[in-house]
Ligand binder design. Structure first.
Ligand code: ADP
Length: 377
């Protein structure tokens, strides 16, 4: 039986393991938190830091194929493992490009992938020389996630909120829609594209409010998006799953924002709303089986369950029974014992018909279900 290792034991690892139960595979997880969401679902849980060279090297030597559920892993160890014959998917070279927003932007430029114009900065003081570049978005080169590590700079007065570390200063896009698309690349290079989804962002929290699938795009934009997504997935030159985030501006141009070379939040809905979920797809890639169909079986809406403001401690989910009573609703609680404001604690996918129906259901779920520290509302 093939031995497969996952670096990281969060919710993405958890859902990947739920699907692993259907395949002839022995699973290993490396994670520093023994109570992490994926710990009890794998055959072998290894306690260790995914950023530590020796921990990743020792772990990787125990498996045949290795993947990630988070980018923040020790790359030197993965490169060494690759030379020793362990199959690393995605390839460490891809992770190196993606881990740094500077290298990632340079890669898009070299590959002629449309992505907003940018310059790089090393310190906050350097922002002063880019007054003419405003409005712009300052992005920390490494370590940012979920919008942390991103600052919108409208005028020089905003420079004080810029980063005093290597970063990308990117032209601000006048966003009409935020789109994500997942590409699957098999070991033999065969590719498949999931239908694009549309992310509705909460303007105050700069966090996903809900996500609609499929995205409402003109046929012309779907074709343009498809051309960009296939070109980019091919350019990475590696098997794996690639979640590509794009922005459609008000002039109708598409821009690549960033890529995550792994299973992704924007693909959670594929569990119930698609023929082959992104998790199933990744196992097919890791185990060298044929790709599945990425086709949708129903339109759907995805709502992230995040910790309510002002609540930090043991998690409770009032409203969960009511949500489970909704037709076509599927709840996923990630098993994190403690909630914190903004922490991703679960998600709900609701199947539906059209945009009006899906948005109504998303609002209903958000009203009914909260993540708080006391058992009743
Ligand atoms: P993270 O890696 O933390 O998710 P992103 O690069 O995805 O950060 O940026 C977070 C959000 O900031 C995006 O979803 C988008 O709403 C906004 N954003 C990012 N880049 C731009 C840009 N060039 N113009 C306008 N808004 C942007």
């Amino acid at each position: 039986m093939i031995k497969a290792g996952i670096l990281g034991g969060g919710q993405l690892g958890r859902m990947l393991l739920q699907q692993a139960a259907n395949y002839p595979v022995e699973t290993y997880v490396l994670e520093a938190d023994a109570k992490c969401p994926a710990a009890h679902l794998c055959h072998h849980f290894v306690l260790g830091d995914i950023r530590n060279y020796d921990a990743v090297l020792d772990f990787g030597r125990r498996v045949d194929v290795l993947t990630i559920e988070i980018e923040n892993v020790n790359l030197e160890a993965l490169e060494q493992l690759e030379t020793e014959g362990v199959q690393v998917i995605p390839k460490p070279a891809v992770l190196r490009t993606i881990k740094s927003k500077i290298l990632q932007k340079e890669f898009y430029q070299q590959q002629q992938i449309p992505s907003p114009g940018f310059v790089t900065t090393q310190s906050q003081a350097q922002l002063q020389q880019w007054v003419d570049f405003l409005p712009a978005v300052h992005k920390l080169a490494e370590g940012g996630y979920d919008g942390r590590g991103v600052q919108l700079l409208h005028s020089p007065a905003d420079f004080k909120s810029g980063f005093d570390a290597p970063a990308v200063l990117e032209k601000m896009v006048d966003i009409d829609k935020e789109i994500a698309v997942i590409m699957a690349v098999a070991q033999d290079g065969t590719m498949a594209m999931y239908p694009p989804v549309e992310m509705r962002v909460d303007p105050y929290l700069n966090l996903l409010d809900y996500q609609l699938a499929p995205a409402a795009l003109s046929q012309k934009n779907v074709w343009r998006l498809e051309a960009i997504a296939y070109k980019l997935a091919k350019a990475f030159g590696s098997p794996g799953l690639f979640a590509i985030e794009m922005m459609l501006d008000r002039q109708g141009e598409l821009w690549v924002n960033e890529t995550a070379p792994r299973v992704h939040n924007s693909g959670h809905h594929t569990i119930e709303a698609h023929t082959t979920s992104q998790y199933d797809m990744l196992w097919r890639i890791l185990l060298n089986y044929p790709l599945g169909s990425p086709q949708a079986s129903s339109p759907s809406v995805l709502i992230n369950l995040v910790g309510a403001p002002g609540h930090e401690g043991p998690a409770h989910y009032p409203g969960l029974p009511q949500v489970l009573n909704m037709q076509g609703a599927y709840a996923h609680i990630y098993g994190k014992t403690h909630t914190k404001p903004g922490r991703k604690m679960g998600h709900v996918t609701v199947l539906g018909t059209d945009v009006v129906d899906l948005v109504r259901k998303a609002k209903q779920v958000k009203e009914l279900l909260t993540v708080v520290t006391h058992p009743s509302p």
